[in-house]
Structures are given as structure tokens and as C-alpha cells.
Design a protein around this ligand. Structure first.
Ligand SMILES: *Cc1c(COP(=O)(O)O)cnc(C)c1O
Length: 440
């Protein structure tokens, strides 16, 4: 990939989509620019067919610079961090802390002290539920979630509710499969202490109006946590513009290694919160009976962290930023229009969530059902043709239950996908559906 870096962090999502589309009628073909960086995507599947990867919402593939950074860390700099005894430890610490700054820059956080490294986004949400939730919520307080949340943004709150007696409420959806903002306003009240909401749904593909949600929530004194796992890889994110109080993300969805995620929180909130896990790294002084805590963000980072993986995540963020989040958005917008054009003409196929006609900046993913067919059969047959999509409930069982379906098939794309792949996927899907109908 050879691209000039462009600044994206100060541009808001909607503006950037329209301006990049206006600026370049034909967006840069990012698949052509980047495919050589992803050797995994050049393999052939069974029968010599090219492999097509359309499961980016489950996990992203990793470009060579990320793999090289991991190798370089382990064969040059490996040592434990924050124990400045020797040069290796100094280099490891420097790389690790540079990665923290990269995360802060990626989301335009005020300071890298506001970035807490976790194992994944699930752990980041559990951290807030345990630390902030246990300290602040009492019986009758309310946490407002939505019907479209990932299990990671449901279960930690259920566990909190059983510890504290707080009440969970869930905002409903409109007929088009978007957040029902009227229902949100209806359910939000002075009892609401926290709103925890996905930014971009991993099934509906819709983008939720977080700035509006935070303004309404703050008016009533509630905090807002944003699950940005799916939005971070696809659009510029700026925590100040979103106006939220906490935001979580996951490295493996962002072209980075697994085992790495982060929590961003406003400094004064994190400062006031008690530690989550106890152990090494998170302490100031330890006595036999009691201890004092380290400064932010280390107070929340017990034990040896995933050092190489943090460095790999930093390089992944560099990669995305160099490509340009607005250029990614523009290219994916074109793929999305093509994908929906093809899928919308297939008889008996229903896509969950808003169409691009209803919500132009929705994500380049399509979770769908086909009348009379099981999504697992569709997924398995496409897999035998070398096409990787996902079938099942995608960690959103309550959402699927709401639609009274056992699961759906989901194709989720990224900037590495080509228009040719969209066509081949659509053609194979049509013949798969034909075959299954004949044989059912
Ligand atoms: C993947 C995902 C999660 C969970 O992330 P992990 O890092 O795997 O814990 C949470 N929410 C959404 C919307 C996701 O897509």
C-alpha cells in the first residue's frame, strides 16, 4: 500500500461520507491498493476456486505490517513492561505506550491516560459494569440498552442487575430495523443511570445516532457507553463529537491481533472508579493487609499485558489511518450499493436492517434470511464454493428472537473486497438457493 496519510480524525462521519463521495465520483479502489498486504486473501479454496472472505464483522484479516510488527517485537524487543531494569524492557515499554497513544489519537481522546488496555471489547464492558456499576448503581436504578445489542453488551449488565438490583430496559426498533428514537426518549428517565448502546449493529448494519442519544441522556444525568466494535473499522470516530462517556473497541475487528481491546473513558470518571482486577502492575504500594492503586490507566491493568499484541494493534490503526477512514467509507459505500443491488433482486430473500435507500451510510454488511431455507445450509454450501460468510445468531440472540427467526446468514465486507467478489458471491448465492429449493 502506498498512500499519502490524510487526516480524518476531526471530520465527522456524515460529513466525511458526503464530501468524499462528492470529491471523488469514483472512489479509490482500496482492494487493488491493499490486497497484496493480505496474503491470506490470495489463497485458493477447494477445487482451485479463489477464496472469498466476507466475515469481517466476526474478525478482520491482518495486513503484513501488523504481522511483521509482531515478529519484530518478539525477535527484537520482548521483555516485560514498566520494569525499567534493562534496554529490552525500555524498548518494550516504549512500544507498548506508543500503541496506547495511537489508540488515543485514533478516537481523538484527550489523553492516552484515558485508554485502558483489555483483552477484548467484552472485557472492557465487564470492567465498566463491575467497577463503575457496582460502585454507583442501587436497586431501582436503570440501565438502558437496546434490542440490537451484542451479547457482550447484554450479559455483563444482567450480571450487574443480579448483584445490585438495578433494572435493565431495552429500546425497540423501527419497522426499517433502526433504533426507535421515540421509544428511546420514552424509556429514558431520571432513573436511567447509564445508556449502553452499539454504534453500528453487527446484524442490522444501521448506525445509531449517538450524538443525539448522548445529548438526551446527559440532560437527564445518565452516562453513555458506546460499543464501537463495528464502527471503528469503517468510519472516523471522535469521542468528543460523539459526546459519550465510555467507548469500547476490539483489536481483532480492526486488522489487529486477537487478545487485545480497549476501554476509553473520561478521565474524571476513570479516576473515581475502583480497580477491576487486582494483581501486579495495578498497584502503588502493597502491604500484607491492604494496597494502594497505581495512576491511570495502570490501575485497571492487572498482570502482564499482551505487549506484542498492543504494538500490533497500534500498527493496525496506523494502517487504517494511512488508508484514510473516509476513503475506506467511500469505497465500502460503493461495494454496499452493488451488494444490495444484487441481493434485493433475489426472490424470497430478506435483508435485516435498513436498506441503503433508507439509511445511506449503513454498513457494508447484509444479514439475511431466505424463505423456506435454513441459513446454515446456505453458509455451508457457499463455504464449499470457497466463500466464507457466517450463519447463526451472530451473538445477538434477542434480536433474532425479536424477528422470530432462529438465525440469519451474514455477508460482511471490508475495504479489501472487490466488485468481482460481490458478483461471484451473488451468483453463487443465487445458484445455492436454487439448488436448496430443488432439493427441499
Ligand atoms: C465483536 C463484537 C463485540 C465483542 O468483541 P470482543 O472483542 O470479541 O469481545 C461486541 N460488540 C460488537 C458489536 C461486536 O461486533
Amino acid at each position: 500500500m502506498e498512500l499519502e496519510p490524510i487526516m480524518t480524525s476531526s471530520v465527522n462521519a456524515e460529513q466525511s461520507l458526503t464530501s468524499s463521495i462528492a470529491a471523488a465520483e469514483v472512489p479509490a479502489n482500496l482492494a487493488a491498493l491493499t490486497r497484496a498486504d493480505f496474503p491470506l486473501l490470495s489463497q485458493t479454496a477447494c477445487l482451485g476456486q479463489p477464496l472469498i472472505y466476507m466475515d469481517h464483522a466476526a474478525t478482520s484479516q491482518k495486513p503484513l505490517p501488523v504481522l511483521e510488527a509482531l515478529l519484530h517485537y518478539y525477535d527484537h524487543d520482548n521483555a516485560n513492561v514498566h520494569r525499567g531494569a534493562h534496554q529490552l524492557s525500555a524498548r518494550a515499554t516504549e512500544g507498548f505506550e506508543r500503541a496506547r497513544q495511537k489508540v488515543a489519537d485514533f478516537i481523538s481522546a484527550y489523553s492516552s491516560q484515558e485508554i485502558v488496555f483489555t483483552r477484548n471489547a467484552s472485557e472492557a464492558i465487564n470492567l465498566v459494569a463491575r467497577s463503575w456499576g457496582d460502585a454507583n448503581l442501587r436497586e431501582g436504578d436503570e440501565v438502558l440498552l437496546t434490542l440490537m445489542e451484542h451479547h457482550s453488551n447484554l450479559v455483563p449488565w444482567q450480571m450487574l442487575a443480579s448483584r445490585t438490583g438495578c433494572v435493565l430496559r431495552h429500546v425497540g426498533l423501527t419497522d426499517s430495523g433502526e433504533l426507535d428514537l421515540n421509544d428511546f426518549q420514552h424509556q429514558l428517565s431520571e432513573r436511567t443511570r447509564l445508556v449502553s448502546m452499539v454504534h453500528l449493529s453487527n446484524v442490522l448494519g444501521c448506525i445509531n445516532p449517538i450524538s443525539e442519544v448522548t445529548a438526551l441522556a446527559h440532560d437527564l444525568g445518565a452516562l453513555v457507553l458506546v460499543d464501537a466494535c463495528q464502527s471503528l473499522p469503517h468510519m472516523p470516530i471522535n469521542v468528543t463529537q460523539l459526546g459519550c462517556d465510555f467507548l469500547v473497541g476490539s483489536s481483532h475487528k480492526l486488522c489487529g491481533p486477537t487478545g487485545m481491546g480497549f476501554l476509553w473513558g473520561r478521565e474524571e470518571l476513570l479516576e473515581a472508579m475502583p480497580p477491576f482486577l487486582g494483581g501486579g502492575e495495578m498497584i502503588q504500594d502493597v502491604y500484607l493487609e491492604h494496597s494502594s492503586w497505581a495512576d491511570l490507566p495502570y490501575k485497571f491493568e492487572a498482570g502482564t499485558p499482551a505487549i506484542g499484541e498492543a504494538i500490533g494493534m497500534g500498527v493496525a490503526l496506523d494502517y487504517l489511518q494511512q488508508l484514510g477512514l473516509d476513503r475506506i467509507q467511500a469505497w465500502e459505500h460503493q461495494l454496499k450499493l452493488q451488494l444490495f443491488d444484487r441481493l434485493q433482486t433475489i426472490d424470497g430473500l430478506k435483508i435485516l436492517g435498513p436498506s441503503p435507500q433508507q439509511q445511506p451510510d449503513r454498513a457494508v454488511l447484509a444479514a439475511f434470511t431466505v424463505d423456506g431455507l435454513h441459513p446454515n445450509d446456505i453458509g455451508a454450501l457457499l463455504d464449499s464454493e470457497g466463500i466464507c460468510i457466517r450463519s447463526g445468531h451472530h451473538c445477538t440472540q434477542p434480536l433474532h428472537r425479536h424477528y422470530e427467526i432462529p438465525g440469519s446468514a451474514r455477508a460482511s465486507l471490508s475495504f479489501t473486497n472487490t466488485p468481482e467478489e460481490v458478483d461471484r458471491f451473488s451468483d453463487e448465492l443465487i445458484s445455492t438457493i436454487g439448488f436448496l429449493r430443488q432439493n427441499s
